[in-house]
Design a protein around this ligand. Structure first.
Ligand SMILES: Cc1cc2nc3c(=O)[nH]c(=O)nc-3n(C[C@H](O)[C@H](O)[C@H](O)COP(=O)(O)OP(=O)(O)OC[C@H]3O[C@@H](n4cnc5c(N)ncnc54)[C@H](O)[C@@H]3O)c2cc1C
Length: 414
């Protein structure tokens, strides 16, 4: 097979980043084999998707079914709830300050994955292979993997393509096989996740309490649609938010072991009852956190997307938004190469992909990790700098607006 003429791309891993990459590549006219299962996300996890991501989902035809299940994030509030001597007052950022209706929308992770999977099933140029891949080979002209059915199922054969997109998560087997150096570090924290119902409206405000073990964030979800039809007991808890609470491992384990009522009461108290009485309204989860940096975003006939390329703590809702921008950037470059008759898995394209993604990923990962370290640090000078940072964001409008725009996407303009 000549890679130069080939327009077949393998996307390995069918999590949200892989699904998005497959859809975006197919839209550019490429033939895609998407290998992997899409596991419905349990554990009450949601994803806040910023404007750019929602635009991409809209262009791909995925947002229409998700929009009714998503809640807008019109304001972001940060409350320093530590014992910091230099604690600044709570900050509220309104999307309207930078000309937006909302910074983004929050949707259940399971709903997002299921909707992308259903969409991928309808695209003729995407072949879905519900299997496990192994034995990757990267050669000058092509790359290939062997595919097996789930749970040691039968051999589905070896597939080859001009390019493999590694969307196989933090422990990416493909990244390792390609010899891309990576630093994967377990963090001393876990994130507790849950869907909570509460008595008071969130008013489309996402609230992040900065605490010593990490932030505790309440992110708006749509209210119960027809609360009047619900029993009076449920009507009192018609509003919903998702919880992402980062804590040191031991504390996270202790709270994860609480029953739902005790857990809801604990959260309610910890967030100073800003949303009134709370109850757990869905599954809960506990995710051990890690941070991952790679030296390159590509190897021979291999491009890394999503958490195969970057991972960091869930602060500021950046992870999947970056993953979606990886997918969009790669698809745009591959589409251009295809139209110009160039190799869609060649070195030139992959170097361009690396350049396109490096700044966005490293700057955001750096900021998120520094913020996390500053909360874990017991040192006064670190507290001082954090307090100073919040004061600057409060008092210097151009800085504040710059940070808001950059939080949504690099170089974002409404
Ligand atoms: C608590 C929490 C809250 C978060 N909130 C947000 C948020 O609000 N906004 C945001 O943008 N991001 C958020 N994130 C980050 C976001 O969840 C991740 O960036 C995203 O889920 C990563 O998706 P992915 O597809 O890259 O990786 P994964 O979801 O890990 O998918 C990798 C896939 O590859 C498959 N795979 C691996 N090996 C093989 C193999 N050999 N064969 C077949 N398949 C294979 C796996 O089974 C899996 O399905 C949050 C993260 C956490 C932990």
């Amino acid at each position: 097979m000549s890679a130069v003429r080939d327009k077949h791309i393998i996307v390995a891993g069918a999590g949200p980043a892989g699904l998005l990459a497959a859809l975006a590549l197919a839209r550019e006219g490429l033939e895609v084999s998407l290998v992997g299962q899409t596991v419905p996300e349990a554990g009450g996890r949601t994803v806040a998707l910023f404007q750019h991501s929602v635009h991409l989902l809209t262009e791909l035809g995925a947002w229409k079914t998700l929009a009714p299940q998503a809640a807008p994030l019109r304001k972001l509030r940060i409350i320093d709830d530590t014992d910091n001597l230099f604690r600044w007052r709570p900050l509220t950022f309104a999307a309207s300050e930078i000309g937006l209706d909302a910074f983004g929308w929050n949707v259940e992770a399971g709903a997002l994955a299921a909707s992308l999977r259903r969409l991928a099933e309808t695209v003729p140029s995407i072949r879905l292979m519900d299997g496990v891949f192994e034995e990757p080979r990267f050669e000058a002209e092509t790359a290939s993997i062997a595919v097996k059915g789930q749970n040691g199922g039968k051999n589905l054969g070896r597939i080859e393509a001009a390019l493999i997109v590694a969307a196989d998560g933090q422990r990416s087997q493909l990244r390792q096989a390609a010899g891309i150096r990576a630093h994967l570090e377990r963090l001393p924290q876990s994130a507790l996740t849950a869907i909570l119902a509460h008595a008071l409206p969130h008013d489309d405000v996402s609230t992040e309490f900065h605490m010593r073990g990490g932030p505790c964030t309440l992110v708006p979800l749509p209210a119960l649609i027809d609360a009047t039809a619900a029993p009076p007991e449920s009507r009192a808890f018609r509003y919903r938010s998702s919880l992402v609470w980062m804590l040191r491992q031991e504390e996270a384990q202790r709270l994860a072991a609480l029953d739902d009522d005790a857990f809801a009461l604990m959260v309610e108290r910890r967030v100073h009852a800003i949303l009134g009485k709370m109850r757990v309204a869905g599954p809960r989860g506990a995710v051990p956190l890690a941070s991952l940096d790679v030296t390159r975003f590509h190897g021979q006939r291999l491009a890394l997307v999503g958490e195969a390329a970057h991972a960091f703590p869930p602060i500021g809702a950046q992870g999947l938004n970056l993953g979606l921008r990886d997918a969009a950037a790669l698809a745009a470059l591959a589409g251009e190469a295809l139209r110009d008759g160039h190799d869609v898995g060649g070195e030139l394209l992959l170097e361009a992909y690396d350049r396109a993604r490096r700044g966005d990923v490293t700057s955001r990962a750096g900021i998120v990790k520094a913020m996390n370290r500053s909360l874990l640090s017991p040192f006064l000078p670190v507290d001082f700098v954090r307090g100073l940072g919040m004061a600057a964001l409060d008092l210097i409008p151009p800085l504040r607006h710059f940070v808001m725009r950059e939080g949504v996407a690099p170089g974002f303009h409404s």
